[in-house]
Design a protein around this ligand. Structure first.
Ligand SMILES: *Cc1c(COP(=O)(O)O)cnc(C)c1O
Length: 360
């Protein structure tokens, strides 16, 4: 589909200001942004333009009532210099799953992929070439009616910005099992990448930090018994040679990294169980010496090894130097992302200049 995306280029690039060997995560933005507005009927004003600030009315509904969602994905560059998007259609579909749950308009998947392709082609120079680095892509949609009163907005703004990023969490992380606060509960919005989920997680995360842990390990909201996920990552355990990860129950974010890891593990002949997993089972496996690996999985970090889990006042200690599956998975995913390992599952969406001859 030719979506009629207008293109207005920056007259000068800011790229010379950036030290690509030392990029602070989340603070450096590429030259351009994609923007679109929903007018109550359809998406209009689709444009790739220089990144700029936007003025909004104080009654902009997203701020008052939290009707806002986002995505997080990555682009890399292959050895020939072609930008590659990782599973963009899956991210577009999940964006729409989040939109439906939050009573927001869907954004057409083909236009999403086209907009991102054009955006990363224009900002290709911002894609860091190193193996563990990438261009982090942040789509966001928010309610923009200027109205006080709880109802769904009619107007929305969608934006996609890009942030070059270096390796994230190079150090292993420590987790605290959360026994008071919940991230999501049955019937809630845990399966949506809804902005409010992250606001709600900040206070428990701060308390965990004060106790010396990097992130919270969330339990189910009913019994505080079953592991859900950690911070903004899905979680994997290797117990006595078997990989176990919590099943998607509606309260867990359906991670695309999670799905990629499960696919790769099964393809390589490993047993992966997706099932309810209690913290007691993990603790017993630890005491028996059978807890071999624990790692988080998400787009930003890809894989973050866990070296300590605080549970009922004691720590389970792991040594990531002994992990075998986690480093194998990390190099496999990074290899596929860089186009160095065969992409058997069609996860890579290459963006060749020829396809977009109109803009280069
Ligand atoms: C985004 C996110 C993940 C990871 O999803 P990916 O698609 O792998 O990036 C996991 N948990 C939460 C709560 C998230 O927001």
């Amino acid at each position: 589909m030719e979506a009629g995306i207008k293109i207005r280029r920056a007259t000068e690039s800011r790229i010379a200001e950036v030290d690509f060997n030392n990029i602070p995560f989340g603070r450096v933005f590429s030259d351009h942004i994609f923007m679109a507005d929903y007018d109550g009927q359809q998406w209009i004003n689709m444009e790739i333009c220089p990144l700029h600030k936007i003025a909004l009315h104080p009654a902009t509904m997203a701020w008052h009532y939290g009707q806002a969602i986002f995505e997080g994905m990555k682009a890399s560059i292959d050895d020939e210099g072609n930008p590659l998007l990782f599973r963009p259609e899956d991210h577009a579909k999940r964006f729409n799953v989040s939109a439906r749950r939050m009573c927001m308009p869907e954004f057409p998947v083909d236009v999403f992929v086209e907009a991102l392709s054009k955006l990363i082609l224009i900002d290709k120079a911002w894609i860091p070439p190193q193996e563990e680095s990438a261009l982090y892509i942040r789509p966001v949609m928010m309610a923009t009616d200027e109205f006080v009163g709880v109802r769904s907005s009619d107007h929305f703004k969608m934006m996609v910005m890009c942030l070059p990023s270096g390796p994230y969490y190079s150090k292993p992380v420590s987790l605290l099992v959360e026994e008071k606060y919940v991230r999501a509960c049955d019937g809630g919005v845990g399966e949506a990448k809804a902005a409010g989920n992250y606001g709600a997680s900040l206070y428990p995360a701060k308390l965990a930090k004060q106790k010396g842990y990097d992130q919270v390990m969330w339990m189910d909201g009913r019994e505080f018994k079953y592991v859900q996920e950690v911070g903004t990552m899905n979680i994997f355990f290797v117990i006595d040679g078997v990989v176990v990860t919590p099943n998607l129950s509606g309260t867990i974010l359906k991670g695309i990294t999670r799905d990629s890891l499960i696919t790769l593990l099964r393809e390589k002949g490993h047993t992966v169980e997706e099932r309810p997993l209690s913290i007691e089972e993990i603790h017993l496996a630890y005491l028996d010496g059978k807890l071999q690996e624990v790692f988080g999985a998400g787009t930003a970090a890809v894989i973050a090894n866990v070296d300590r889990i605080g549970y009922k006042g004691e720590d389970m200690i792991l040594n990531p130097e002994n992990f075998k599956l986690s480093p194998m998975l990390k190099s496999e995913i990074n290899g596929i992302r860089k186009g160095r390992i065969e992409d058997k599952h069609h996860w890579i969406h290459p963006v060749y200049s020829e396809v977009l001859a109109d803009i280069v």
